[in-house]
Design a binder for this molecule. Structure first.
Ligand code: ATP
Length: 513
């Protein structure tokens, strides 16, 4: 656990030191669970967003984009159920005065059982070596099966109690499991209460005519209220999807995990409209498609798993999370939800406007069902960034810090160095920058010894370093050094564009998927 915490602290401090993420309003001691993306962070975030957008919108001829406003008519949130049901169960510890989400306390308890299982697997792996069969071990080892069953039973009971709004049982479960306050260990808990997560604000100048508004807690509703506009103007035929990226706001009860849980964050959502009765099939298809997309980033297949929901949101008939192995354990990265016709029907009812689709093949109108894929851009950023940050022991006994970001997402694709700041080398290096900058984000750096410049770029996540030396003046070639392998090759300047492009081109990454 301590190792995990250390690793996470390193992630947070590295993100600051290398210009990725800053605490919001830091000079005023910060604003809790709100963060700013700095010069490198904004590029990484933009690249992740673009990779998602292209694979969703550009690669699918039946998915189109949308950019709806953050402010929406307040009835939207009545219809969607958020005013009445967008709550989290909170619990306070009477001794430490710390506030927690009751469901998260229980999930973390189950997370510890999962960690025990993983430890047992590792032990067995060591014992049996090549002969080890993980699947068989998981299916037959008595202790593992016991922990698994226990975890599943706990989550099931919690899910059922939350669904029934039986908050007394949620508290009883916490007490039965003897869960203590993570900070103080105290088991002196208050009752569990519901807490609405939406931020309110006002629209209008005078107090009596002002309208109460909410900052949207999800981007999805902007898609639902525009469903028919897009369908008609785009002449879309079911099945089709509408994709959107944008800010969402939630007054989270506990937000202590850096950009994992923020009060202002960005979502990338796609709502896929289907014929009633086909939703299960599309739900399975999108689960598979989205996992494949994540795996394509190369962070390691073992770092993902599905978690099927026991507790379904008020709008869903099936839901699963894609979980990622963050430095603090497996946690939700993306949600895939079969939202039925709940949202469109509710908007029809509250607005009095029909939101139906005429299906020319069936010759009838119906309210479509919806399968949603919803991923947090900031969470994805954290997954990519924390996975990339590595300390590597080198042959000469030293270590290097390297940020092995997927090349397609790296903020800067290449740094160009003159070996020395004289003899015409800076001019050649600058000329290379000027040629490459039309295709890639590149930078010039002449400060310090080349070794130090390499380390700096390794830590910032730049896949290529290009050094101009005295030989360049005669043979028009440069040294290209690769971030991950540290291999150096001599190549003609004229080939640089092709060499970089081969590794960073989004088109190639999308094609490989
Ligand atoms: P959690 O259970 O972690 O609170 P959720 O199930 O409420 O998440 P959804 O409503 O399904 O989340 O939102 C879809 C995605 O939006 C999540 O998978 C996550 O990546 C992201 N997300 C949700 N809340 C936050 C937040 N407070 N900060 C950052 N990202 C978030």
């Amino acid at each position: 656990m301590a190792k995990q915490e250390d690793q996470f602290k390193k992630v947070v401090s590295h993100a600051k030191e290398y210009g990725y993420v800053f605490q919001s309003s830091e000079i005023y001691d910060g604003l809790s669970a709100v963060y700013d993306y700095a010069q490198n962070g904004v590029e990484l975030k933009k690249n992740i967003r673009e990779y998602w957008w292209k694979s969703m919108v550009q690669m699918h001829d039946n998915i189109v984009g949308l950019d709806a406003a953050i402010f929406m008519h307040p009835t939207t949130w009545k219809a969607s159920g958020h005013v009445d049901a967008f709550n989290d169960p909170l619990i306070d510890n009477k001794d430490s005065k710390k506030r927690y989400r009751a469901d998260v306390l229980i999930e973390d308890y189950v997370g510890k059982l999962d960690a025990k299982i993983e430890k047992e697997v590792k032990k067995a792996q060591k014992r049996f070596g090549d002969a080890f069969n993980k699947e068989e071990f998981l299916a037959t080892n008595g202790r593992v099966l016991g922990w698994k069953e226990r975890g599943a039973a706990i989550l099931k009971r919690m899910g059922q109690s939350l669904e029934k709004e039986d908050l007394a049982d949620v508290k009883a479960l916490i007490e039965e499991l003897e869960i203590g306050c993570p900070l103080s260990g105290s088991k002196n808990w208050t009752d569990v209460k519901q807490f609405n997560l939406m931020f309110g604000t006002k629209l209008g100048a005078s107090a009596d005519s002002a309208m109460d508004l909410y900052l949207r807690p999800e981007t999805a509703q902007g898609i639902f209220v525009n469903f028919l506009n897009v369908q008609k103007t785009g002449r879309m035929k079911i099945p089709f999807g509408i994709a959107q990226t944008g800010k969402a706001f939630r007054n989270e009860i506990v937000a202590r995990q850096f950009i994992f849980r923020m009060r202002e964050f960005e979502q990338m959502e796609m709502q896929f409209f289907v014929r009633p009765g086909t939703q299960q099939e599309w739900y399975e298809k999108w689960k598979e498609t989205r996992l494949k997309w994540h795996v394509s980033l190369g962070l390691g297949e073992d770092n993902y798993r599905f978690h099927d929901h026991d507790k379904l949101a008020h709008y869903a008939d099936a839901a699963a999370d894609i979980e990622f192995r963050f430095p603090f354990g497996f946690k939700e990265l993306e949600g895939i939800h079969s939202r039925t016709d709940f949202d469109l029907k509710a908007h029809e009812e509250y607005s009095g406007k029909k939101l139906q689709y005429f299906d020319p093949e069936l010759g009838e109108s119906y309210t479509p069902y919806v399968v949603e894929t919803s991923v947090g851009l900031d969470r994805l950023f954290l997954a990519v960034f924390s996975n990339a940050l590595q300390e590597e022991a080198l042959e000469n006994g030293t270590t290097r810090t390297v940020l092995k970001l997927p090349a397609v997402l790296a903020p800067t694709k290449a740094a160009i160095f003159p070996l020395v700041k004289k003899d015409g080398l800076p001019e050649v290096a600058r000329k290379i920058v000027d040629d490459l900058k039309f295709d890639f984000n590149v930078m010039y750096d002449e400060k310090d010894a080349v070794g130090k410049r390499y380390r700096r770029q390794d830590a910032a996540g730049t896949p290529f370093c290009i050094t101009v030396d005295h030989d360049t003046l005669n043979d028009n070639s440069v040294t290209v050094r690769h971030r991950d392998t540290m291999e150096q090759t001599r190549v003609p300047i004229s080939e640089l564009k092709a060499i970089i492009s081969k590794e960073v081109s989004m088109a190639d990454w999308l094609q490989k998927m």
